[in-house]
Design a protein around this ligand. Structure first.
Ligand code: KG4
Ligand code: ZN
Length: 332
């Protein structure tokens, strides 16, 4: 088959991202404009602010991605875009930009699921091997997904309330750490002790729940404060992180065993967590599981992962027309 070069657009949350990817694996450019600085003072992503930043930045980021790839739209075979799930106003900016490009340059338009993108971030350094289990841990998602072939997704577990990254960010706020809190909690956790005995919320099957754990952290701090006691923030971080890691790894390795899967991929922003990586590494080695986690810039939201997944949608002849709409929720 001839080379297929795809321009991919991702604006589902607070990164305006555009990438040019060839044949699903060769990343010719990966441009990202992060809005973290703008959202910091609000302690989280403000949807309207995100949409406005996407509008301001999208054309520059597209131009940068094409320039870095040293390519023009004439060499692009298709335009891919994240269809959902995500913030609706944010998604629509990327979708409208992608539609305009596709229409004006007469290119097919390919809708991509954001989580499929996170999974395909692992396909860039080394091809995915099936069957595999994917653990997706980000600010918006906590899911366990089995894949037996390209674009064949079986969701076996997901969060019933907060995503794990969301819990990290909320706990971080209660101990006065800046947004996004995950990396700060991770860093502090390494200096503290798991002394607070937070619950390990384990549900039946493979679903997760993190809102109870988050409340346990807030209540514990509140009760201690009322008694005039203080808790070292590093112990809060270490105790919270220990609970999260216990729950995530327990469910993940149970699923690998039950479904007889030896290939584990981990993706999403929380895959950057040092404590989680270390535990996954150790458990995978013990059990002869092949563990793969993408490099940091491909763990967090980016468009290269959308371009990687889009190649398989392209081959499968999945196309959208100009009626494509953003979807804040969307099944995988
Ligand atoms: O995948 P991502 O960039 O965006 C979403 O699609 O949500 O994930 C962002 C999330 C944030 O909640 C952030 O706090 C968390 O990933 N995160 C971390 C770490 N680095 C980023 N959480 C725990 N430990 C980290 N080292
Ligand atoms: Zn994401």
């Amino acid at each position: 088959m001839n080379d297929i070069t795809i321009l991919a657009v991702e604006t589902s949350c607070d990164e305006t991202a555009v990438s040019v990817v060839r044949n699903g694996r060769e990343v010719l450019s990966n441009s990202v404009n992060s809005q973290i600085e703008s959202h910091k003072r609000f302690g989280g992503v403000v949807p309207e602010v995100a949409s406005r930043h996407h509008v301001e930045n999208i054309t520059t980021v597209i131009a940068d991605a094409l320039k870095t790839a040293d390519i023009t739209m004439a060499d692009i075979d298709a335009v891919a875009v994240t269809e959902g799930p995500g913030l609706i106003g944010a998604l629509l900016v990327g979708i409208n930009a992608a539609k305009a490009l596709a229409l004006s340059h007469q290119k097919p338009l390919i809708p991509v699921h954001h989580i499929a993108g996170h999974i395909y971030a692992n396909h860039i350094e080394e091809p995915l091997k099936f069957p595999l289990l994917a653990l997706i841990v980000s600010g918006g998602h906590t899911e366990l997904v089995i894949m037996r072939d390209h674009l064949n997704f079986e969701v076996i577990g997901e969060t019933r309330d907060d995503a794990v990254g969301e819990a990290y960010d909320k706990v971080a706020r209660t101990i006065n750490l800046p947004y996004p809190g995950g990396p700060h909690v991770d860093r502090l956790a390494a200096e503290g002790q798991d002394s607070l005995n937070f619950p390990r919320p384990v549900l039946e099957g493979y679903d997760f729940s993190f809102s109870g754990l988050k409340s346990a952290v807030i209540n514990t701090l509140h009760n201690k404060a009322q008694k005039g006691e203080t808790v070292p923030p590093e112990d809060v971080a270490a105790s919270f992180q220990a609970s999260v890691i216990d729950v995530l790894t327990q469910k993940t390795f149970e699923a690998l065993e039950e479904y007889h899967i030896e290939e584990l991929i981990v993706c999403g922003g929380v895959a950057a967590n040092k404590g989680l990586r270390a535990r996954l590494d150790a458990m995978a080695k013990e059990r002869d599981i092949n563990l793969r986690i993408p490099p940091l810039n491909l763990c967090t939201d980016n468009a290269a992962m959308i371009g990687a997944a889009a190649y398989y949608y392209y081959v499968k002849n999945v196309r959208a027309d100009l009626n494509l709409n953003g979807k804040s929720t969307l099944d995988l």
